[in-house]
Ligand binder design. Structure first.
Ligand SMILES: Cc1cc2nc3c(=O)[nH]c(=O)nc-3n(C[C@H](O)[C@H](O)[C@H](O)COP(=O)(O)OP(=O)(O)OC[C@H]3O[C@@H](n4cnc5c(N)ncnc54)[C@H](O)[C@@H]3O)c2cc1C
Length: 442
């Protein structure tokens, strides 16, 4: 008679941070922990309370940098090894096929697709940023990473997509796609999706991208999560789409369970730019899509570029001097402009400044404004509301000037100056000017 294997309880372990691996992605692990076991330190790294951790592994799964692992005591490790042995001895039967017909249908969809946005052949950088996160998703799913290029004379974009990580590009090249129009691009994109069935489609949350993504999701009757700040794959293979919700007060993780593709938009500069390797090559699949000029109602009469409008691209700036309600009026923004000029940067603002009519909406940073990732972000008279922080917390260095020492902006600042901005800002400008003069004189 064979002896029944001893019934062992699987140990849960506790989560622990792997030193040096956290990328301070924005407290996703803290938001994910349902047991208040995680708080963030001032570097944006998690401190895990081993007494509160129940070993649910949610933080491990959500971490985009695989910086959290499960810790097991030597005793627990022995039990795990024993369980593994028992499992090999008695193979678990294959899980039954899902009965829900909707789940069976979604299995036909494979691959991660990234839309390559461009203006007359000039690519939007967000397309390459999405290839970076797309590569991680494709790896986790064991599928191909592909780009979609639609336009006229845009074959050069395929090579760029390969250089940033795509292994295949679906190319639709025709004069009818010279300018972006919702109708024509929507038809072309949906045609490709229906033919090749990707499981995930990522699009930049730009003006164009938001318009296109909404149109595609509506036509294909699938889910779309806008302005995601985190993307990951769960243990069942679903795309976890994380974004701020309820006015930015919580982070919500959204799943598209029964329809495909799973669609998300992500704002520029939210995901890091992957390394470019021009030696990489891939496969181009050229498609002829049945869209005729006569079928498209909208006609493009004129394109007015950002340069013609003399607008400032806050999202692309490396140095940003930003002002909030503490600036008191529009006139006072001159002192921020002077500092920005000295540092080769641009001036931005909080929503309070836009609402007061002191600054244009295009300069607003935050949840309902631009997401920025400059090398230096100087926040002047900005309190640091969560809706503002989500737009600038990934800046390399944040310098905060505020007369309230308890202002939340200091929690994300590398350098904090408690004082009156009308004294501090001109003093910094004068100091920078002086230093530059001395450099020229040397
Ligand atoms: C759905 C939603 C979306 C939102 N989206 C955004 C968004 O995209 N971007 C955004 O910014 N906000 C957004 N908000 C608004 C946000 O909640 C805050 O109200 C806003 O960010 C506050 O702006 P502020 O920091 O300039 O003003 P306040 O919160 O009023 O802070 C002003 C700060 O200036 C300091 N100060 C005053 N005078 C001086 C001085 N002389 N010297 C130094 N410091 C001084 C004060 O101590 C204070 O900390 C959103 C809100 C909601 C509900």
């Amino acid at each position: 008679m064979t002896e029944e294997p001893k019934k062992l309880k699987r140990p849960r372990g506790i989560a622990q941070l792997i030193p040096g691996k956290c990328i301070a992605c924005g407290a996703r692990c803290e938001a994910e922990c349902k047991f208040d076991a995680i708080v963030m330190n001032d570097k944006g790294e998690p401190i895990i309370d081993s007494k509160k951790c129940v070993g649910c592994q949610r933080c491990v799964k959500i971490c985009p940098a695989q910086a959290i692992e499960m810790f097991f005591t030597p005793e627990e490790q022995k039990i795990l090894a024993e369980l593994a042995k028992q499992k090999t001895a008695q193979p678990v039967p294959e899980a039954e096929e899902p009965q829900d017909p909707r789940l069976a249908k979604i299995k036909e969809y494979k691959g991660v697709w990234i839309f390559t946005e461009h203006t007359e052949g000039k690519p939007a950088e967000v397309s390459w940023e999405l290839l970076g996160v797309g590569a991680e998703l494709a790896k986790a799913r064991g599928v191909e990473l592909c780009s979609v290029v639609i336009g006229e004379k845009v074959e050069h974009l395929c090579n760029e997509a390969f250089a940033y990580g795509a292994s295949r590009v679906y190319l639709v090249d025709d004069p009818v796609f010279h300018y972006y129009r919702t109708e024509s691009y929507n038809k072309a994109f949906c045609y490709l999706i229906e033919k090749y069935k990707p499981e995930i489609v990522l699009i930049g949350a730009t003006g164009l991208g938001r318009d296109l993504a909404g149109a595609i999701a509506t036509k294909l009757q699938t889910g779309l999560t806008a302005d995601c700040t985190g993307l990951a794959i769960d243990e069942k293979g679903f795309l976890l789409q994380t974004r701020p919700a309820f006015g930015g007060n919580i982070m919500a993780t959204i799943l598209t369970e029964f329809t495909r593709p799973q669609m998300s938009t992500v704002r520029p500069h939210v995901m890091p730019m992957p390394k470019k390797d021009p030696s990489r090559a891939g496969q181009i699949i050229t498609e002829k899509v049945p869209v005729k000029e006569a079928d498209i109602a909208a006609k493009v009469l004129e394109i007015i570029s950002d340069e013609q409008m003399d607008s400032v691209d806050v999202a692309a700036a490396e140095v940003i001097v930003s002002g909030g309600r503490g600036m008191c009026n529009a006139e006072n923004y001159k002192i921020l402009q002077e500092l920005a000029d000295e540092l080769g940067g641009v001036v931005a603002c909080s929503r309070a400044a836009v609402e007061a009519g002191w600054m244009p909406l295009e300069r607003q940073v935050g949840q309902t404004g631009k997401t920025v990732r400059p090398k230096i972000y100087i926040a002047c008279g900005i309190s640091g509301a969560i809706q503002h922080l989500v737009g600038m917390q990934d800046s390399d260095i944040v310098i905060a000037i505020n007369r309230d020492k308890n202002a939340p902006i200091f929690e994300v600042a590398a350098f904090g100056i408690v004082g009156d901005l009308f004294e501090v800002v001109p003093a910094i400008t004068a100091y920078v000017r002086e230093k530059k003069k001395q450099k020229v004189a040397r």
